[in-house]
Design a protein around this ligand. Structure first.
Ligand code: HEC
Length: 173
């Protein structure tokens, strides 16, 4: 039994040393222009699990009206579309140049998390990715307005004024 425990301890020390050398000697690629590997996909799932555990179970206080969508679209157009894409540019080149690539909300990766989780992600950002924490830049009310907009993004029938506002970021670039 004593040798068995000792064997486990030695194995753990050797594995930790190997991992340390692998990282400290720069074997891990730092490039942003490669496809995320298995380890990164696993980390992505861990982030989703963390969000679902930590996001308070709040409901969206913004009324489900066209005014709310319009306010959300204005914020989205000026702060989010450049990375997450717009109806007119659903494949943002800038967004796809980050590592991990930014989900394209009007393209291949529409927002699919719950409203309280989207609120939490927008307010607090996502560590080690390009997603900023907007908590010091937008009020809670503004964040809920963008959350309301994201809820309707997959409905192709967004009111014309809202679509127009979303595409306005393209015109401003
Ligand atoms: C500089 C680029 C960038 C900007 C600007 C940006 N984001 Fe993000 N966002 C990201 C990245 C990268 C991720 C993916 C993080 C990950 O891999 O977990 C993300 C993830 C998200 C998610 C989670 C999506 C999901 O379903 O997993 C939401 C919601 C979101 N962003 C909303 C916004 C909103 C709203 C704004 C504007 C207020 C915004 N983002 C601005 C880069 C950006």
């Amino acid at each position: 039994m004593k040798w068995f425990v000792l064997g486990i301890i030695v194995t753990l020390i050797v594995l930790s040393a190997a991992a340390y050398i692998y990282l400290a000697q720069g074997f891990v690629s730092a490039r942003a222009d490669v496809k995320p590997g298995m380890m990164d996909s696993w980390l992505g799932s861990a982030m989703d699990a963390s969000t679902s555990r930590h996001a308070p179970k709040l409901t969206n206080p913004a009324p489900d009206t066209q005014e709310t969508l319009l306010a959300g679209a204005k914020i989205y157009a000026s702060s989010c579309g450049i990375c997450h894409g717009t109806p007119a540019d659903h494949d943002s080149k800038l967004g796809k140049s980050f590592y991990p690539p930014v989900p394209q909300f009007f393209g291949d990766d529409p927002p699919d998390m719950k409203e309280n989780e989207n609120f939490y992600i927008i307010k607090h950002g996502v560590r080690m990715t390009a997603m900023p924490a907007w908590g010091d830049l937008l009020s809670d009310q503004q964040i809920w307005q963008t959350v309301a907009l994201l809820k309707h993004i997959d409905q192709k029938s967004l009111p014309a004024g809202v679509q127009q506002e979303l595409n306005a970021s393209q015109a401003r670039q």
